[in-house]
Design a protein around this ligand. Structure first.
Ligand SMILES: [Zn+2]
Length: 474
């Protein structure tokens, strides 16, 4: 039987406002289930802002070094240490004395230290990826400004031609495809004459014309073309995707290229377009789309009252459902993430712990891990199927087995992620740079970073906002 230390502490976090008594109760029950014998309970009652005023925590560490117990059981890992990297360091420290860390709420496999490490690795990988995005953007911008085509299929009416720059480097450029250009001209001509998009499509199809893949023209394709300034010789690069291109980004680059139609034709078509399609107002981007939830648990959607808001579907139907200014909510989340990223971080300590643990936690062979993943998934599936066919009295055994396998599977999945990174060592500078890159991206690409760092945002009546981040577990 393992000797366990229970650790509970006061928390100000609303999402985990489990009382100390309840924490201890859960820990005791958990220990019973795991066959741990609790030898001592450590409780930090006071609300604390630094590790200095957590006497029980320090005592627990000291006793751990004396080997007074084999495992520390906490309710949730973020109670274990306030700073997210400190908990990794603490767990690592305890491991040196053969003391494990276990948590009631987290699905931890056989190696909680590894789990925590992988959490950090995940974040580091994300930093690297984000850094890459920035780099690609920075590198592409001057090329795009010169009118080089940066990949993908050329739009209808154009073809790709290879050109060489001053330093004899090869680039792609667009040039007019004469045959397709005639079709484009016809579209604009008919549109100016007053044809609707679908009537233009019908006319072209009756003439036996087909689009590039050999299918009949559809009104949507015609509409895209008539609205695309590229055909008049000018377009915007870095303006955003198809769905949000109406949001003009300040760093968009104006690119001049070959024209299919003349400026006068373009002008006339746009004038008709204004009458033809009622201009929709500039759409608000709702950058936290998919992350925001009402206190009732339902997702909140971007909507427009007098200002852009996020609101629960039931907001107008019954009280207890929330609507909040989109700007206000986004500013709140951004400030919270900024504060999180600006926390004082001991990069030396973080890097050292990370590298030490990377060495100790060799994930093993990727292929072998993928095989194991398949096996566990198969076993879980088989057991789940079997569950329906066996008497209720025998079901608990199977459920326990499924839970056990699920935990194993989770550990394997983490190891796979780890094995795929192939990194075995980081320098302090690297970690620092990656961190800086992430901070900068928060300014330049809030939407992306917010989705990477935020798990969930819950809005309560009265304006209380709760932000769960990817770092909460650490
Ligand atoms: Zn609601």
């Amino acid at each position: 039987m393992k000797r366990a230390a229970a650790y509970a502490r006061y928390s100000t976090d609303k999402q985990y406002d489990t009382s100390i008594e309840k924490q201890l109760e859960d820990i005791r029950e958990y220990c019973k289930k795991k066959d741990y014998e609790i030898v001592k309970e450590y409780v930090d009652k006071a609300e604390s802002t630094s590790k200095e005023d957590r006497p029980a925590f320090r005592q627990m560490l000291q006793d751990g070094r004396q080997n007074l117990f084999d495992v520390v059981v906490v309710h949730k890992l973020n109670r274990f240490a306030r700073d997210r990297y400190l908990s990794v360091v603490t767990a690592h420290e305890l491991k040196k004395y053969n003391v494990e860390v276990d948590s009631v709420l987290e699905p931890i496999g056989s190696d909680p230290v590894g789990q925590l490490l992988w959490g950090i690795l995940d974040a580091v990988n994300e930093f690297e990826r984000l850094n890459l995005i920035q780099e690609v953007k920075l590198k592409s911008r001057p090329l795009a400004a010169k009118g080089y085509w940066l990949g993908g299929k050329p739009p209808y009416g154009f073809q790709i031609v290879k050109v060489r720059d001053e330093s004899n480097k090869e680039h792609s450029k667009l040039e007019v495809n004469k045959e397709e250009a005639e079709v484009i001209k016809k579209m604009f001509e008919l549109f100016i004459q007053g044809y609707s998009f679908s009537k233009i499509a019908d006319t072209l199809n009756q003439m036996g014309l087909r689009n590039r893949v050999g299918n009949p023209w559809k009104f949507s394709a015609i509409s895209e073309i008539i609205k695309n300034s590229r055909y008049a010789g000018q377009h915007f690069w870095g303006r955003g995707t198809k769905t949000n291109h109406r949001i003009f980004k300040q760093d968009a680059v104006v690119v001049n290229g070959p024209a299919v139609i003349d400026k006068e034709t373009w002008q006339k078509a746009q004038e008709r377009l204004q009458k033809y399609v009622r201009r929709r107002p500039l759409r608000y981007p709702y950058m936290l789309r998919g992350l925001v939830f009402c206190q009732c648990g339902a997702p909140m959607y971007g909507a427009f009252s007098t200002i852009p808001v996020y609101r629960c579907k039931l907001h107008s139907k019954s009280p207890g459902h929330v609507s909040i200014s989109a700007k206000r909510l986004e500013t709140f989340v951004k400030t919270k993430l900024q504060r999180m990223l600006n926390e004082n971080i001991d990069f030396e300590l973080l890097t050292r712990s990370l590298n030490e643990m990377l060495k100790e936690n060799d994930p093993g062979d990727l292929e072998e891990l993928l095989k194991q993943q398949q096996e566990y998934m198969q076993m879980i599936e088989n057991l789940t199927e079997a569950l329906a066919k066996i008497p209720a009295s025998a079901q608990q055994v199977v459920i326990n087995k499924i839970e056990e396998y699920s935990k194993m599977l989770e550990t394997i999945n983490e190891k796979i992620k780890h094995a795929q990174t192939k990194r075995t060592e980081f320098t302090v500078e690297e970690i620092r740079e990656l961190y800086e890159a992430l901070k900068n991206s928060l300014e330049s690409d809030f939407e992306l970073v917010a989705h990477k760092l935020t798990k969930k945002v819950t809005v309560y009546k009265g304006g209380y906002i709760e932000v769960e981040t990817q770092f909460d577990g650490l």
